[in-house]
Design a protein around this ligand. Structure first.
Ligand code: HGY
Ligand code: MN
Ligand code: MN
Length: 425
């Protein structure tokens, strides 16, 4: 089977239309009407499970939902015990998200299986829809892919969401078995992971290329800081007598921005502030803020974290208030697999598509799965460079290009790697 027989020009256009249509259908399921917001094992997620399971069954795939809520569709290979190529991404979102972050990777995977039209390869293909990558509901990212690898800890399982519901209880209430969370959930003989994902940034648009091959994914550390002062009357408390938690947090947020602006390659974000009691005429007693720090170099990130946290402590001290700091997640930078990356580059050449080598400033499930197998990512251009926003978009032609490249890579896997004795199975 040559890649031409699988996806010729019209085939890739049909496959792209299928993938984009599936993204649109998934986007209709949300926990917050008027936005695209889908959190871990939420009611909207259950609706997406039903949609994806039906699609996978229609494609002749064996479907299951694993203990951490990942939807898994297995498209058998030519032999019953064929090695397994894993493809996919996440289906949870940030609040008020776009329609493509994560979901596009699942949709492209299903479009590729659909384009095989029943033809079997010398490997099976498993499409996975990870249940939790963003880290919104439990403030800890990658719970779906870490669960796949059997890496979830008792601490993970006892995490509480904003309503005080524990992670393990959420899993049970969804109808899954939290006792299975500790096991490795990988399908036996899975030899590599490929994730197609929107770039979520401006690089591909700036170089006018539709696709990117990811060399490495930057590391990230997230924190929750709580500035604790003294709530008091806004009218009767003289300025010198105040212990204003929000004013201290605001001072520190300015310090975070200034530090990142003056440190090459560093990004640092305070994305959420929760103030109590939160009344116009009451001095804030406490201000809870989040911090997200990223850099391509782990050493540079750690150095920046030290400076930022020390800054919080000195601002608090100078104002006679306290600050509590909790690290909520830590993930080092990860290199993508060189053999798979070269395969993607060759596939792009065979498919006649331009690709750009680049790092990823966004975190992805591939950086977790890479701990146990070769993993690689293909980026699709983000028009306007915008993501984690309702106006996130993709161009149909770029999705078509991604499908052509992935088809060419599958063909190479089929003929080059397995034919010659591969290093992946
Ligand atoms: O936050 C990230 O980097 C990713 O979008 N989860
Ligand atoms: Mn995201
Ligand atoms: Mn994502």
């Amino acid at each position: 089977m040559s890649e031409a027989s699988v996806l010729n020009a019209s085939g890739s256009r049909i496959a792209a239309e299928y993938a984009l249509d599936l993204c649109a259908r998934v986007a209709a399921f949300t926990d917050v009407p008027g936005t695209i917001t889908r959190l871990f094992l939420s009611p909207a997620t259950r609706q997406v499970h039903a949609l994806l399971s039906a699609e996978m069954r229609a494609l002749g795939m064996r479907v299951r939902v694993d203990a951490v809520g990942n939807v898994r569709g297995l498209y058998a290979g030519a032999e019953p015990d064929a090695p397994v190529l894993l493809m996919g991404s996440h289906i949870d979102t940030v609040p008020d998200a776009g329609a493509y972050d994560g979901v596009l990777g699942v949709a492209v995977g299903l479009a590729l299986v659909r384009s095989l039209a029943g033809r079997r390869m010398c490997f099976a293909i498993e499409i996975i829809a990870f249940s939790e990558e963003e880290g919104i509901r439990f403030r800890r990212p990658f719970l779906g892919s870490r669960g796949l690898l059997g890496e979830l800890t008792a601490d993970d399982c006892s995490l509480r969401d904003g309503d005080g519901v524990r992670f393990a209880q959420t899993v049970r209430e969804f109808g899954l078995n939290p006792d299975e969370l500790s096991g490795d959930l990988l399908t036996p003989k899975t030899f590599a992971f490929l994730e197609v994902h929107i770039e979520q940034g401006p690089v591909l648009e700036s170089v006018s290329k539709p696709l990117g091959v990811v060399s490495s994914i930057v590391g990230q550390t997230r924190f929750a800081l709580t500035f604790r002062g003294q709530a008091n009357h806004a009218g009767t408390t003289p300025m010198p007598m105040r212990k204003d938690a929000l004013a201290a947090a605001a001072k520190w947020i300015g310090f975070v921005e200034e530090t990142a602006q003056n440190t090459p390659g560093l990004v640092a974000t305070v994305g959420n502030v929760r103030v109590t009691p939160g009344a116009a005429n009451v001095i804030a007693g406490s201000a809870e803020v989040t911090l997200d720090v990223r850099h391509a170099s782990d050493e540079a990130r750690w150095a920046a974290v030290k400076i930022l946290l020390r800054g919080a402590e000195s601002i608090a001290e100078a104002r006679g208030i306290r600050v509590a700091i909790v690290e909520t997640s830590e993930q080092n930078a990860v290199e993508m697999d060189a053999v798979l990356r070269e395969g993607l580059m060759r596939a792009a050449g065979n498919a006649g598509e331009a690709v750009q080598g680049m790092t990823s400033g966004a975190g992805h499930d591939a950086m977790i799965v890479a701990r146990q197998m070769p993993a690689a990512m293909l980026f699709v251009r983000s028009p306007g460079g915008i993501s984690h926003h309702a106006s996130e978009s993709v161009l149909a032609g770029d999705v078509e290009a991604a499908l052509k490249v992935m088809t060419a890579l599958l063909a190479e896997l089929q003929f080059e790697s397995f034919g010659r004795g591969n290093t992946w199975a």
